[in-house]
Design a protein around this ligand. Structure first.
Ligand code: URA
Length: 169
């Protein structure tokens, strides 16, 4: 199960999570893991796009109050899906699942958290990757996804192990 922050404009329009640019990248990440969207479940902390002033584009971070309003729904989703592993995409996903954190997402990623016995892997949000094309950053996210694959007992090829590593001099 993957948990994101909130629908953007595309998701709000289509009523599906991660169908815009960040969603395309998430699909690519899944493809790299040799998974399809049909094999996983995607949810958001918020169930609708945080409102924005009229005639403005872009998104804003959900407030704590908005998160709390939507959390019972997310908790129900988790209990119905009973995921083996949850990937928390970005700081808001971690905050939605665990409450406000002292540590930043940069510190939390690379570690395992636990939610009612379910292992949770925090990592950077795909939108962050879209705004920052750094190879080293992609590799950090890929390291988290490799850890998830390992946890799920999925096969990891030599090629997959080497994704996003700097070219050898
Ligand atoms: N970002 C999210 O966190 N969720 C979506 O569904 C789309 C973009």
């Amino acid at each position: 199960m993957f948990v994101g922050e909130a629908p953007g404009a595309d998701e709000d329009e289509q009523g599906e999570p991660f169908v815009g640019r960040a969603g395309n990248l998430l699909t690519k990440m899944l493809t790299a893991m040799e998974l399809t969207r049909e094999q996983i479940y995607i949810a958001n902390v918020l169930k609708c796009r945080p409102d924005m002033p009229a005639n403005t584009s872009g998104n804003r971070k959900p407030t704590r109050h908005e998160m709390e309003a939507c959390l019972p729904y997310l908790r129900q989703q988790i209990s119905i899906i009973a995921p083996v592993v949850i990937v928390a995409l970005g700081a808001s996903a971690v905050e939605g699942l665990f409450g406000p954190q002292k540590n930043t997402i940069s510190r939390l990623r690379g570690t395992w958290m636990e939610l009612d016995g379910v292992p949770v892997r925090p990592t950077f949000h795909p939108s962050y990757l879209l705004h920052n094309q750094d190879l080293a950053l992609k590799r950090l996210v890929w390291d988290d996804l490799l850890a998830v694959m390992e946890r799920l007992g999925l096969p990891i090829s030599k090629k997959q192990q080497g994704f996003f590593l700097p070219p050898k001099a």
